[in-house]
Write a protein that binds this ligand. Sequence first.
Ligand code: URA
Length: 239
Amino acid sequence: MTLRPPYRNKAVKEGFAAAVEEINNTLRFMAETGCRGFDCSKESLKTIEVWGRKEVFLPETLEAVRVDLGDCRRCRLSGSRKNIVFGSGNPHARLVFVGEGPGYEEDQRGEPFVGAAGQLLTKIIEAINYTRKQVYICNIIKCRPPGNRNPMPDEINACFPFLGRQITAIKPDFICALGTFAAQTLLETKEPISKLRGCFHDYMGVKVLPTYHPAYLLRNPDKKRDVWEDMKKLIKELG
Ligand code: URA
């Protein structure tokens, strides 16, 4: 039988020859590296076909993130915590508040922002005409550092991917970053909070508004005025 290659002019002929040589080389290479045949069954082709499709990747959910976090032992904070403080509020919130990390009260109860700073945060949320149930509240790290010391870089690195996944699951329009650690971690910067606050930045396509941490406001009540200015910008953007 004579094979009739599908070429009508010189360029096509050369292209066809190059493609055949390429296929030949690939098959030879596969044989040399141990390939002994192909499974071209309908079932296999069907299995492979969906791999490139988007829907093969399940949408992120807070439940899935919580399951993967498990009884986390990824950093030393697991040794001293009482509870993991995962986050609370509306899983589809337009607005997410991100703090630094749980304090004593939060560790005891497993809920974010339930101590003195939390009460002030509740007032801030209500001042922008939202309730705690309508927004989502979480932290950069999910376990309390002993004595409320600052989180260490390796503790932040261990925990931060889970916050990223929470944000992916919630898909908020806005993040309000509370204080230095939240703002600097989300925005990957060392700029002080006093420079970052009051303007919208970007984290994974979400608008981030840094402002002072409520605990800082308890120590510096004169800064409440700045936070109110920031919240007015948030109200305007939220529409
Ligand atoms: N401070 C934080 O940053 N987060 C809390 O949950 C409580 C206090």
